[in-house]
Design a protein around this ligand. Structure first.
Ligand code: ZN
Length: 106
């Protein structure tokens, strides 16, 4: 019989249930995401989400890149669940609440 390696034991000890991320993620999604900056996965352009093209009449809310028009974000509510598809965003940058206060001069 093979003993488990130390790497496996260390990884298992560090691993948490995904629910433990709730506090951090709540901080992210509690901000006004229209001020978030998104880098388009297709063309690499970075722009504020509020500057993207919105198509709200599709089955899902769709934000498209203002430069190349590829889909950056899809959002839908189905059967009591929120679905968020960010595969078109290479990187989403959201100011932390403290950083927002500093940028506003408060
Ligand atoms: Zn683009």
């Amino acid at each position: 019989m093979t003993e488990p390696t130390a790497t496996v034991d260390t990884t298992a000890a560090r691993r948490l249930d995904g629910n433990a991320a709730a506090g951090m993620l709540a901080e992210l999604f509690a901000v006004d995401v229209t001020t978030a900056r998104s880098r388009c996965a297709s063309c690499g352009t970075t722009s504020m989400l509020g500057a993207h093209h919105l198509y709200a009449d599709a089955p899902a809310l769709v934000l498209r890149c203002p430069d190349c028009t590829d889909v950056v974000l899809r959002y839908a509510v189905q059967e009591g669940r929120i679905l968020l598809d960010l595969r078109g965003a290479q990187l989403l940058t959201v100011p932390a609440p403290a950083a927002t206060d500093e940028s506003n001069g408060a």
